[in-house]
Design a protein around this ligand. Structure first.
Ligand code: ADP
Ligand code: GLC
Length: 479
């Protein structure tokens, strides 16, 4: 079975979040199961520079406002997987963020940039661009690839099956109606059964309406998105597609994320945690934090946005400080939140440190060196950092939403007694609720035996891609 994954980012070449990790790891896991998998990516500088053996496959010519568009094919680093790259210099060869220009606003031609991604996917499905390899299934990720199922559906003779995975419903790819013509779409699409959404068009909706199957990245999120609280206005569409909608939990690439990884100060294992203390001391010293703190070291590795509950955490900070604990934050995002954490660090330099920026190796050092990883999200389609943290014996403290609810087992008295607990879970999106769970985590930390028992249980959790890849494979086969 031939599967083409279509996505805007891929670790380690271009990454703004967990999507990149998934797009790197899931295809590799499917290949291990014997499937013939390729990936289609936009020709962003990081992708063109990071791939090997890129050769032209087809001269597409002028489309979507670009004078020259060439389809290339080459190999990805590490996995060696085969990937097509759309080289459209005018649209993609730009430094900086994939989605946002230097002025902090979305690139004004994003509809053409990502429309082209979906359009090329559909033409690969037809066999027009590479007669030697036609996919049986197109698997499109997030709004960036949302037009692929629509362009395929417009060609009634085409039998290619489509799967659309929602990684985050908050980002929808919404554009004005005027864009329709530039995307070569009929005006008939400007209706509620089509891709019309609040007087404009939505790439996310195109994926939801036209894909044969829809998945979300965790089972709980698949239920949540049918409600107004989590559906971002698309809950009705998702309910209508209910029988075709399911949740498949993301996995972890344990070759990249494990407590013997090359980025951390000292390797360790579940049955020998000495190295973990060395990682903590190294992190404290790197960040100028005291090594004498009485309480645990809480860490955050996150985009700093309201989605991630970072405002709630800032409001709960006095409780953490009062417990004699420490907080280390690695992230970028909203100015207000960055400033808030910077201010807290200036006031309590021994207890709070913040590094504003994006640094992959540092993320490993934070996750290995922390005692607790905080993920107090308002919503979380899956969340990967809590899965990474579990493997490092860094106990996740999370809100009970989406993939966080599916992956962390609360250290309640009952779960502790049964040796099931792997972290701390709270329910309400309120600073008091986080504060309370932070205090309780500090109390458990003082009981070294109980703490280490939870650490060991956490490290034994298996969220490798094997299971999830098997679920995707059976979904493809059902089509
Ligand atoms: P999301 O995709 O919503 O941002 P995930 O938990 O799925 O959330 O994935 C986040 C990914 O981005 C993880 O691989 C995490 O390590 C990484 N990450 C987030 N912020 C940073 C940062 N400032 N520096 C390095 N890595 C980061
Ligand atoms: C999105 C979600 C995150 C998920 C990631 C990978 O960015 O916000 O929860 O883990 O995609 O699927």
């Amino acid at each position: 079975m031939r599967i083409l994954h279509v996505a805007a980012e891929i670790y380690p070449l271009v990454k703004t979040g967990g999507l990149a990790d998934v797009v790197a790891a899931l295809p590799a896991a499917l290949v291990k199961r014997g499937l013939d998998v390729r990936i289609l990516l936009p020709g962003l500088p990081g992708i063109l520079n990071g791939m090997t053996g890129l050769e032209p496959v087809f001269q597409i010519g002028p489309v979507f406002g670009a004078a020259v568009v060439t389809l290339l094919r080459g190999r990805l680093p590490d996995s060696g997987l085969s990937a097509y790259v759309i080289d459209a210099p005018f649209l993609f060869r730009r430094e900086g963020n994939t989605y946002v220009g230097p002025d902090g606003r979305d690139w004004s031609d994003n509809h053409r940039r990502f429309g082209l991604l979906g359009w090329v996917a559909a033409h690969l499905a037809c066999g027009e661009l590479d007669a030697a390899w036609r996919p049986d299934v197109i698997h499109a990720h997030d709004w960036h690839a949302g037009l692929a199922p629509l362009y395929i559906a417009q060609n009634p003779g085409l039998k290619t099956a489509t799967v659309f995975t929602v990684h985050n419903l908050a980002f929808q790819g919404r554009f004005s109606n005027d864009c329709l013509a530039e995307l070569a779409l009929p005006v008939g699409q400007l209706t509620p059964p089509g891709i019309e959404f609040h007087g404009g068009i939505s790439f996310m909706k195109a994926g939801l309406v036209y894909a044969n199957r829809i998945t979300t990245v965790s089972p709980t999120y698949a239920r949540e998105v049918r409600t107004a609280e989590f559906g971002y206005g698309l809950e009705g569409v998702l309910r209508d597609r209910g029988t075709d909608l399911s949740g498949i939990l993301n996995g972890v690439d344990y070759a990249v994320w494990n407590p013997a990884d090359p980025d951390i100060a000292s390797a360790y294992r579940a049955d020998d945690l000495a190295g973990k203390l060395a990682c903590k001391l190294a992190l404290q010293s790197e960040l100028g934090l005291s090594s004498e703190a009485a309480g645990p070291l809480f860490v955050v590795v996150s985009r700093l946005f309201v989605q991630k509950g970072m405002d709630l955490l800032l409001a709960a900070l006095p409780e953490l400080i009062g417990e004699g604990a420490q907080l280390a934050v690695l992230g970028t995002g909203d100015d207000d939140l960055e400033t808030g954490f910077r201010r807290a660090a200036a006031v309590n330099p021994e207890q709070v440190a913040v590094f504003v920026g994006y640094d992959e190796a540092m993320a490993h050092r934070f996750i290995a060196g922390g005692d607790v990883l905080l993920v107090p999200s308002r919503f979380e389609p899956c969340g990967l950092t809590q899965l990474y943290a579990l493997r490092y014996g860094t106990l996740p403290l999370v809100r009970r939403v989406g993939g966080l609810a599916d992956t962390v087992i609360d250290a309640s008295a009952e779960n502790l007694a049964a040796d099931r607990a792997t972290g701390f879970v709270f329910a309400d999106a309120a600073s008091q609720a986080i504060g309370k769970r932070i205090r309780e985590a500090c109390a458990l930390y003082r009981d070294r035996r109980a703490w280490q028992q939870v650490q060991r249980r956490a490290m034994l959790q298996d969220f490798s891609w094997d299971d999830s890849a098997a679920h995707y494979e059976s979904l493809y086969r059902s089509l």
